[in-house]
Design a protein around this ligand. Structure first.
Ligand code: ATR
Length: 277
């Protein structure tokens, strides 16, 4: 039987997930499918009805549906509950399950690019306070990073997010960024700044210590102005594409029964679809 899988979101036309899963399906000689379905939040319950009825084996969920699906699931993983959002769904034993693999994807890519990051990452600085920041904070806290600072343009959102990780994540002011940069071993941009069509993230990196890892979860373009500047100053740049590739791994394994690999070939294939800056 051909297993059908999906990504839902609104809009969803830009999603590169079909390319990723399509690559793995052909690599493993599987006859499944993975399709984009544009589903507005109000249509999510009806779409999940189709999933429950057996039309699909499972799929991914992207903005703005990730939070909407959560109360409609039968089984929610601890991680998805902590995120307040699910990005990976599957049917198992007649029940609809949901997980969130964003933190996994973030960490797996960081491990692959900067394997020693944990030894040197006593202090992390997260820029932004949206869903992506929540996943990064959750991932880093779960790995035992002791000091995590979080700054956001709107300070009340930074305080709200920090309150979910008492004693681990500390909200600081956006104005403090220049000083915080010099104290950080790992800096992660989770804002949309630097993305194609958005203004660049203009922060003062003059205090950046050589060897500091600068991870930008934006991947269009692959090298954001932030990463270029970090590279010039001796930082270790980590781009956002790897997080996208790695977060897809657990879903594919659930739906198709094979744990796929994030290879250079896969990466090159997706890179070819990303416009230069
Ligand atoms: P996601 O769920 O993908 O993380 P989001 O919840 O929309 O997306 O969050 C986007 C992040 O980018 C927020 O931290 C946002 O800051 P605010 O909370 O102050 O809105 C940040 N962001 C977007 N545009 C920004 C800008 N021009 N300057 C600074 N931060 C910005």
């Amino acid at each position: 039987m051909t297993r059908r899988c999906f990504i839902i979101g609104h809009p969803v036309a830009h999603s590169r997930s079909p390319l990723i899963h399509g690559h793995w399906l052909s690599e493993h000689g599987l006859s499944g499918s993975y399709e984009r379905v544009d589903v507005a939040p109000a249509e999510v319950p009806a779409f999940l009805g189709r999933l429950r009825a057996g039309e699909f084996a499972g799929g991914n969920v992207t903005v703005p549906d990730k939070e909407v699906v959560l109360p409609l699931l039968d089984e929610v993983s601890d991680t998805a509950r902590a995120m307040g959002a699910a990005n990976t769904l599957w049917m198992e034993g007649g029940r609809l399950h949901g997980d969130n693999t964003d933190a996994y994807g973030f960490l797996a890519h960081l491990d692959a690019c900067a394997s020693g990051w944990r030894d040197g990452s006593g202090t992390a600085l997260i820029l932004g306070a949206g869903g992506a920041a929540r996943a990064v904070a959750y991932g880093l806290a779960g790995r035992g990073v002791g000091r995590i600072r979080l700054v956001n343009r709107s300070p009340e959102r930074a305080a709200e997010l920090a309150a979910l990780f008492p004693g681990t994540v500390e909200a600081r002011s956006w104005r403090e960024i220049p000083a915080l940069v010099g104290e950080s071993d790992l800096i992660v941009n989770t804002t949309s700044l630097g993305m194609r069509g958005q203004p660049p993230l203009e922060i003062d990196l003059s205090a950046l210590r050589p060897g500091t890892i600068v991870d930008d979860i934006v991947y269009v373009p692959l090298e954001t102005p932030l990463l270029a500047e970090a590279r010039r100053r001796g930082g270790i740049p980590v781009d956002g594409l790897g997080m996208l590739l790695h977060q897809a791994v657990p879903g594919f394994e659930r739906w198709f029964g094979v744990r796929p690999k994030v290879t250079d070939t896969l990466r090159a294939r997706i890179e070819a679809d990303i416009p230069a800056a």
